[in-house]
Ligand binder design. Structure first.
Ligand code: ADP
Ligand code: MG
Length: 292
């Protein structure tokens, strides 16, 4: 079959489909690789390969809401479930993902971890029992990386509650010889850094809002190559600037905008995104401009 060179294989495959199918593809959740995200995934894969030592390296990724943190978590999880390419003994259980929510207490923290591994626990169990249960379960399962998404939710607690949760993190990491990988907004940084011993073992990476430059161009190119349009989309510096301006450099809005424009291009028959279509873009939802 003829494969247009402006598309990825995945996008090219749906090009022959009906309009509905192409729109459905655009609206479906899918992972788009861009250099910064690939670097973070490489880092995570290195953690998976790290031997168990007393001081396990950990990583914290800071970025505003909508910068693609949870997408990274999902992608890493999916890769691990497939058995990481470099993994000689694939064990998807080596990765445990917990999304922190609500006001952080030790009890809630342990129960969120236990729920993530489907381990039953009594709501009346003592903290000591829950701690022991968590340690034993994570050890049995063989967890080597504990991913905590939305780590900034610890900020909802008092200073004392924050200290306790951070202390618990350090304890789990020491006791189980596991790496911690946290994702959260920048505001969490001061809280984390407040626990000097914990902070010391984290490498920190940021996902800043996009600004003009090569990395941003690579992102847009990666997105556009995955949009099943018949004609190649070409954006000049002017069009790219407009994308940045309308999105405020937030990934979620950039993805949303290019997806909307692609659907429009399919429906109108234009079959490509241009500087002009970007220029006249109106967010479908009023929220899009103001949100986050
Ligand atoms: N790598 C990516 N591939 C495809 N879509 C992405 C990617 N990163 C972000 N997005 C889009 O941005 C939205 C927000 O991403 P998300 O990971 O939830 O952000 P965060 O967790 O930082 O708030 C996603 O729902 C998705 O539409
Ligand atoms: Mg998130």
């Amino acid at each position: 079959m003829f494969k247009p060179s402006h598309l990825t294989d995945e996008a090219a495959n749906v090009l022959a489909g009906a309009i509905d199918e192409r729109v459905y593809f655009i609206q479906s959740k899918r992972w788009i690789a861009y250099p910064k995200a690939v670097r973070i995934l490489d880092h995570l894969n290195k953690l998976l390969k790290h031997p168990r030592t007393t001081r396990m390296p950990s990583l914290i990724v800071y970025g505003d809401s909508g910068m693609g943190k949870s997408m990274l978590v999902d992608k890493f999880k999916a890769d691990c479930a497939m058995g990481c390419a470099t993994d000689s003994t694939p064990n998807p259980n080596r990765l445990l993902v917990v999304e922190l929510s609500g006001r952080p207490t030790e009890r809630r923290f342990f129960s969120q971890i236990l729920a993530a591994v489907d381990a039953p626990h009594s709501p009346r169990a003592s903290i000591v029992d829950m701690e022991r249960g968590t340690i034993n379960t994570l050890r049995d399962v063989g967890v080597q990386i504990l991913v905590l998404d939305e780590i900034h939710n610890i900020l909802a607690g008092s200073w004392r509650e924050q200290r306790i949760v951070l202390n618990t993190l350090r304890f789990l990491s020491n006791e189980l010889k596991l790496s911690l990988v946290c994702f959260g907004i920048m505001e969490a940084r001061d809280a984390i850094n407040g626990d000097v011993q914990l902070a010391r073992r984290f490498d920190a990476v940021t996902l800043p809002r996009w600004t003009a430059g090569k990395e941003f161009e690579q992102l847009v190119l990666a997105i556009v190559r995955n949009l099943p349009l018949r004609e190649p989309s070409v954006l000049t510096v002017k069009g790219l600037r407009r994308v940045l301006q309308l999105s405020g450099g937030v990934s979620s809005r950039i993805f949303r905008m290019l997806n909307d424009l692609a659907i429009e291009a399919i429906e109108t028959g234009d079959e490509r995104i241009t500087d002009n279509s970007v220029e006249t873009y109106k967010p479908v939802s009023e929220n899009e401009v103001a949100f986050q």
